[in-house]
Design a protein around this ligand. Structure first.
Ligand SMILES: [Zn+2]
Length: 295
């Protein structure tokens, strides 16, 4: 489904593979609701997917890069991340950043222990762990010491996401960036779960997450793992293993409500909120003269 049709200024085609397109003077982009794809066609001409393929061959561009040229993690990282900062829980899938950007990788365990914990990732190359620390509290990281914090597909694993976001803004310098991707439930294995109400996050924050822990594991066992016969036993097994489930679930609407509440609490600017594939990518900037609230 087409959401909008717009002219793309040639200077905005910054992905290296797309530079060849600059020689084409009149291009129109169609931004689709389902995948944020861009299709290019001569201005005023008939939209033809075949044309994309032909141009790809002509310009020796991979077809998938033509379909998803810019509005993605890498483009946004290049636009917003500079200086030095942290990425939390990157494992084998770190966010690509510009060569001048320095990233230190944080995880709750060293690499050997992580490999034991994730045997299914045996063949993957892990990023080197620079700081062994709990990404939710970052107790080894000083206040206002980082230019950015990257946490992709991390917040849904946190039992108290409000405290976690408070931690991120604590360690950021004024003007620093939180780069955060979360799964959008309708595109993931969370699709059968109800979205988490905003009040629930605040109750987890005020009362401590233990009051809702069992309910989360039980819901996971029932609606993600689809256990019927041994629902309670399976949920208890996961809980005793401290298995890292998605404790909370957002769709686009509930994420907007959550983000608005967090903005009122921590006072950041929302630079980007982009639905992209199965996830929502967010770029949040700590205000320059932030008066940190105690929450
Ligand atoms: Zn909860």
């Amino acid at each position: 489904m087409c959401a909008s049709v717009t002219n793309i200024p040639q200077e905005n085609l910054t992905i290296p593979e797309m530079k060849g397109l600059r020689s084409h003077k009149c291009l129109v982009a169609i931004v689709t609701l389902d995948s944020s794809s861009l299709y290019f066609t001569p201005k005023g001409g008939v939209l033809m997917k075949q044309l994309v393929t032909r141009m790809s061959r002509l310009l020796r561009i991979r077809h998938d890069r033509v379909k998803n040229p810019s509005l993605d993690r890498v483009y946004l990282a290049n636009q917003y991340l500079s200086g030095s900062g942290l990425e939390i829980g990157a494992l084998h899938h770190p966010l690509p950043v510009h060569a001048t950007v320095r990233v230190r990788y944080v995880d709750r365990m060293g690499e050997a222990e992580l490999r034991r914990h994730y045997p299914e990732l045996q063949e993957q190359h892990f990023v080197p762990i620079d700081i062994v620390d709990n990404g939710e509290t970052l107790s080894l990281v000083n206040d206002a010491s980082q230019d950015f914090v990257i946490a992709n597909h991390f917040l849904e694993h946190c039992e108290d996401p409000i405290s976690t976001l408070g931690t991120f803004f604590r360690v950021l310098r004024p003007g620093g960036i939180v780069y955060l991707a979360i799964p959008e439930k309708t595109s993931t294995f969370d699709r059968d779960r109800p979205v988490t109400p905003l009040e629930h996050f605040w109750e987890d924050h005020r009362s401590g997450p233990q009051h809702s822990r069992w309910a989360h594991y039980r819901e996971w066992a029932e609606l993600v793992d689809k256990r019927c016969d041994d629902l309670e036993t399976h949920a208890l097994r996961l809980l005793n293993k401290n298995y890292s489930i998605h404790f909370h679930v957002w769709d686009q609407s509930s994420w907007l409500l959550f983000l608005h509440s967090m903005q009122q609490t921590f006072g950041f600017h929302i630079e980007v909120m982009l639905r992209h594939g199965v996830e929502i990518i967010n770029v949040l900037r700590k205000v320059e003269s932030q008066t940190k609230e105690t929450v």
